[in-house]
Ligand binder design. Structure first.
Ligand SMILES: Nc1nc2c(ncn2[C@@H]2O[C@H](COP(=O)(O)OP(=O)(O)OP(=O)(O)O)[C@@H](O)[C@H]2O)c(=O)[nH]1
Length: 660
């Protein structure tokens, strides 16, 4: 209860923070809204759980867990099972314009929320792994805190501040509420938690390492792709220069400029191979365009144009060809076709005379050249930019959802340095990333969970085994003491506790056992004036005297082959099988004398004395009560005749008696 006082407000804070995050719209980072919504759902579920409304808690929990599991699958399933594009299509069906990234929280957030949800699902039971789930959730929170200061990776690991705070509150709320409940199984938790938490930590480290290695691999792929493209472009340039030289050489032996048909026929062969040649023109020594191919409208309009006047930026390069007889190349200029490009001018020099007949102008449209090259790369997958310094010459690619990494490769366009920037789209990168880190993470954490469960169960079993052994020992002790007690009870049923002699009940059994023994005598003995002992010496001394008498009597009677018993109070009785009246009277006399000489005395120094009545059955059948009655009467007589004496019972039919 005390814990709930702290736990409840923490969860309320988590819910409020999630709501505020939702109202504020969150950051635009992918998965932020999903994270905030999931935090809200889990907070509400946890709130219901704190309030012991488990049904309601589950109702809120299941959708959140379903969402999280689907998100996890979208990370884990191989691309050839479910392509990244398919996830995006489904996301678009759910909400037009959205992507799977918008629907799933960043990886560490997803992990933390899944674990917090699972803790609620296993209802915080330590034996179902709740401590480990909370521990790994805490690790993922620490990971998020570290990632906050790191740069943004391909796959986001952490969301915005409110999501972090909400997770921390949820985690604290759960921990505070259930820590008290785990006191009883603290030993088992500790044994299971630390090794499995260590395994989870190692898994997280390995996952992090694999993730980084995978991102490095992706970056290297991008770099290689950029280099490949730049290389291709360079070889294209070399090829077109070589082609131009061949083309020019084909005119060098002629005296006169080419006819239109000749030009069209010859130029077409080259134009066919290099589509980015916007045109191939024959230029007269006075810089007029005499022939041009292909004969498109815009090209035909250029015929007869005097280039020295119409295209001043190219004058130097053209002059080099027409006046110096050397190859000339413009820089990147604005072409008459109204796009950036460059022009190569190659002089046509007659072989024999060395006379310059004119020049071949080859116009290379950069956009057209880039288009030819870019066509080899899908525009929806990778953004490509061709730059001259800072100036963008050509671009192809998606306008949005570009990946976080770009690679710039330098290329040399016959002495002109250009930059080719490659930037793969985010979805392309996501589709090409390895699933191994995710699988390592899932498998490692599952193993850690299993390790926890098995260690916990093992320790629990050991504890229970110890408890069983302890209770077995206690049980054995209990059985022993009860057996002892039982024996004592049985002994007490037949004996007198004070004198340790057989009691009246046992005596009657002994008498019955000798029902056929003849002669059979009984002695009934009564201590004289015993009341005085109690009155003057106290009851304790009285008890001691009785016990001493019992010991004395037992010695005397057992020597005579009989059984001595306490009959009750200060009365004793003896059974003397095989003793006739004389023998019994003699034994009684020995008993009386033994007491007198025992040293047990009254206050006045007089010895303690005994009166004894003797009854003997010589023949006939035994009636125990009659025999005892006779002995009692003899005792009475002994008392009335002055005590400290032995009296024999009066004879009755079947009984023989005798006086001392
Ligand atoms: N200390 C002790 N006293 C006992 C016990 N059982 C009986 N007594 C006492 O024995 C006395 C018997 O007294 P009485 O029956 O008056 O007989 P008495 O004093 O022995 O006199 P006579 O038998 O007439 O010689 C009583 O005071 C009893 O309390 C016992 O177990 N312990």
């Amino acid at each position: 209860m005390r814990h709930r006082v702290i736990a409840l407000p923490l969860t309320v804070v988590a819910l409020l923070v999630a709501l505020l995050g939702l109202l504020a719209g969150g950051s635009q980072a992918s998965g932020s809204t999903a994270s905030v919504l999931l935090c809200g759902l889990l907070s509400a579920s946890q709130l219901a759980w704190h309030g012991r409304r488990l049904r309601m808690s589950r109702l809120l929990l299941w959708p959140a867990l379903g969402w999280l599991v689907l998100s996890l699958l979208s990370y884990l399933l191989p691309e050839h099972w479910v392509a990244h594009a398919s996830w995006n299509r489904w996301a678009t069906h759910l909400m037009p314009g959205s992507y799977i990234d918008d629907w799933r929280p960043p990886l560490l957030v997803m992990l933390c929320l899944t674990l917090l949800g699972l803790v609620l699902l296993v209802r915080t039971r330590a034996n179902l792994g709740a401590p480990l789930l909370l521990g790994v959730a805490a690790l993922s929170l620490v990971g998020q805190a570290i990632e906050q200061v790191h740069d943004h990776d391909l796959l986001p690991l952490t969301a915005n501040g409110p999501v972090f705070v909400a997770q921390a509150c949820l985690l604290l709320g759960q921990s505070v509420d259930i820590l008290g409940g785990w006191r009883a199984s603290r030993g088992s938790i500790q044994r299971a938690l630390w090794p499995s938490l260590l395994l989870a930590l190692l898994t997280l480290a390995l996952w992090h390492h694999q993730r980084e290695a995978d991102e490095l691999r992706l970056r290297a792929d991008i770099e290689a792709q950029g280099q490949r493209l730049a290389g291709r472009l360079s070889s294209e340039i070399n090829a077109h220069l070589a082609a131009m030289r061949r083309f020019t050489a084909s005119w060098s032996w002629r005296d006169s400029p080419p006819t239109a048909t000749q030009w069209a026929h010859q130029a077409e062969l080259y134009h066919h191979d290099f589509r980015y040649f916007l045109n191939i023109a024959f230029i007269t020594p006075d810089s007029r365009i005499l022939r041009v191919h292909p004969g498109s409208r815009i090209n035909n309009e250029l015929l007869d144009t005097r280039l020295f006047d119409a295209q001043p930026e190219g004058r130097e390069a053209l002059g080099r060809a027409l006046h110096d007889g050397r190859v000339g190349r413009t820089g990147i200029i604005s072409l008459l076709q109204e796009q950036p490009g460059l022009i190569h001018y190659l002089p046509v020099i007659q072989d024999d005379s060395g006379r310059i007949l004119g020049a071949v102008g080859v116009v290379v449209g950069l956009q057209a050249m880039a288009d030819t090259l870019f066509r080899q790369v899908g525009p929806e997958t990778t953004a490509l930019s061709l730059l001259d310094g800072e100036r963008l010459l050509a671009y192809q690619g998606p306008a949005e959802r570009q990946g976080p990494w770009r690679h710039a490769a330098m290329l040399d366009l016959s002495g002109l340095p250009l930059t080719l920037v490659t930037r793969p789209g985010r979805d392309t990168l996501l589709a090409h990333r390895s699933r191994l880190p995710g699988i390592t993470l899932t498998a490692g954490l599952s193993l850690a969970y299993l390790l926890y469960l098995s260690l916990f169960a093992r320790h629990r079993m050991l504890v229970q085994h110890r408890q069983v052994r302890r209770s077995n020992r206690e049980l054995r002790r209990e059985v022993r003491s009860r057996t002892q007690l039982q024996r004592e009870i049985e002994w007490l049923a037949d004996h007198d506790d004070l004198t340790r002699l057989p009691n009246r009940r046992r005596f009657m059994q002994v008498l019955a056992e000798h029902a056929e023994t003849r002669p059979l005598s009984v002695l009934l003995c009564d201590v004289d004036h015993f009341k005085l002992i109690n009155d003057r010496h106290g009851h304790l001394t009285g008890d001691r005297y009785l016990a001493e008498l019992g010991r004395l009597g037992q010695g005397v009677i057992e020597t005579a082959g009989g059984v001595f018993a306490r009959f009750g109070g200060e009365e004793f009785v003896a059974c003397l099988p095989g003793q006739d009246a004389d023998g019994a009277a003699a034994v009684a006399e020995r008993l009386r004398l033994a007491l007198t000489e025992s040293g047990l005395r009254h206050r006045d120094g007089a010895p303690l004395t005994l009166s004894v009545g003797v009854a003997t059955l010589e023949t006939g059948s035994l009636v125990a009560d009659d025999l005892l009655q006779d002995a009692d009467e003899a005792l009475y007589r002994a008392k009335s005749r002055g005590r400290d004496r032995v009296e024999r019972a009066s004879p009755r039919p079947g009984l023989s008696t005798g006086g001392v």
